[in-house]
Ligand binder design. Structure first.
Ligand SMILES: Nc1ncnc2c1ncn2[C@@H]1O[C@H](COP(=O)(O)OP(=O)(O)OP(=O)(O)O)[C@@H](O)[C@H]1O
Length: 339
């Protein structure tokens, strides 16, 4: 488990000017959980990654891994405790003259682990990342995705409890990206790893994250548990996770409806709603997203009132009873008259 508390980082330029890059970041990632950190370029994601991996010393605050505050340690104790954090970066930085097998063995060799145990552990890790057949290949003979999987195996060699993946899928093709993200999910579950996934790709968040923190200008401005975000379709993070382009509509009211496919939605909701309120409902757009193994649906519907206008609150309440969460995308002023 990793607990980041009131973490701040500033840099001091030679002329004495101070740049605050991280401002009092609080973030907790439990074992068996993937938390994505997203945000625009320059927001502070890499600096956060460097602080977590202790490449940079925080200016203030603490980073506790399994209860130990790593930011206060130094020397041999720090080297020992930091083994609890495995790191994978964008280019996995494998040694080119060493085979995949040797690259994974490196951290174990540095520690002086006996050869027999190294063999057993490397074999197990290669199997876990699905590359046993590439043990003797050199990095140049591997694809980008395969190199990244070897990088992940190496990061896990010392059995960390936290894995930091900093842009680990950037630059990979979609297929390799999916393989890496699915591997992270598998490792999360098998080793109960607490994974911090730093990424600028919302697709990666959708596929793998349990929670997401949005960082802007050095601060966490939004945080949400992915499965709960769907119940808040208005939230900024939900909109980013499940975008549905607004449709031009001649309808009196345009609603965006969300639902989880594992929660029953009345199959005849459309007929029931139309009949109950004398509506004509046009389907303007629909899509289903996979979010961390869960299917989430989004619909956009245009509504025409065929008799009197129905109060919006009544309409939304009825939708909720049918298993759908609604929010108005267009036409609200019209409705206000009727509310
Ligand atoms: N060593 C440094 N000295 C001074 N300022 C720095 C230093 N490192 C980073 N910064 C500044 O801190 C801010 C955050 O940078 P950081 O690299 O953490 O952003 P990021 O969110 O990772 O961006 P990107 O997605 O483009 O990699 C930027 O404004 C950057 O210029």
């Amino acid at each position: 488990m990793i607990e980041i508390e009131a973490l701040s980082k500033h840099y001091r330029a030679p002329d004495g000017r101070v740049t605050d890059v991280l401002k009092s970041i609080n973030l907790e990632v439990q074992p068996g959980n993937i938390t994505a950190v997203v945000g625009p370029s320059g927001a502070g994601k890499s600096t956060l990654a460097k602080c977590i991996s202790l490449l940079e010393q925080p200016s203030a605050g603490s980073i506790r891994v399994n209860g130990h505050d790593l930011s206060r340690l130094s020397g041999e104790v720090l080297r020992r405790e930091r083994r609890a954090i495995g790191t994978v970066f964008q280019s996995s930085a494998l040694l080119q003259r060493k085979s995949a097998w040797e690259n994974i063995a490196l951290p174990l060799r540095y520690l002086g682990v006996v050869e027999r145990d190294i063999s057993a552990r490397v074999g197990e890790l290669l199997e876990h990342v699905g590359l046993s057949h590439k043990a003797s290949a050199f990095p140049a003979q591997l694809s980008g995705g395969q190199r990244q999987r070897i990088g992940i195996a190496r990061a896990l060699a010392l059995r960390p409890s936290v894995l930091l993946a900093d842009e680990a899928t950037s630059g990979l093709d979609p297929e390799a990206t999916v393989t890496i993200l699915d591997l992270l999910r598998k490792l999360r579950d098998e080793y109960r790893l607490a994974i911090v996934l730093i990424t600028h790709e919302m697709d990666a968040v959708r596929r793998a994250a349990d929670a997401v923190a949005e960082i802007r200008d050095g601060q966490i401005v939004h945080y949400g548990v992915v499965k709960q975000l769907l119940a808040q379709p208005d939230s900024r993070l939900a909109q980013q996770l499940l975008p549905l382009a607004p449709q031009p509509a001649s309808s009196e009211l345009v609603l965006q409806l969300s639902y989880r496919t594992d929660v029953p939605v009345a199959s005849d909701w459309l007929t029931r709603l139309s009949q109950q309120f004398a509506l004509r409902i046009d389907l303007l757009g629909a899509h289903i997203e996979q979010v961390n193994g869960l299917q989430l649906g989004r619909l956009q519907v245009g509504i025409h009132f065929q008799r009197e206008r129905v109060p919006l609150s009544q309409l939304l309440m009825q939708l909720e009873q049918l298993g759908l969460i609604g929010r108005v995308t267009a036409g609200a002023p019209l409705l206000k008259e009727a509310v």
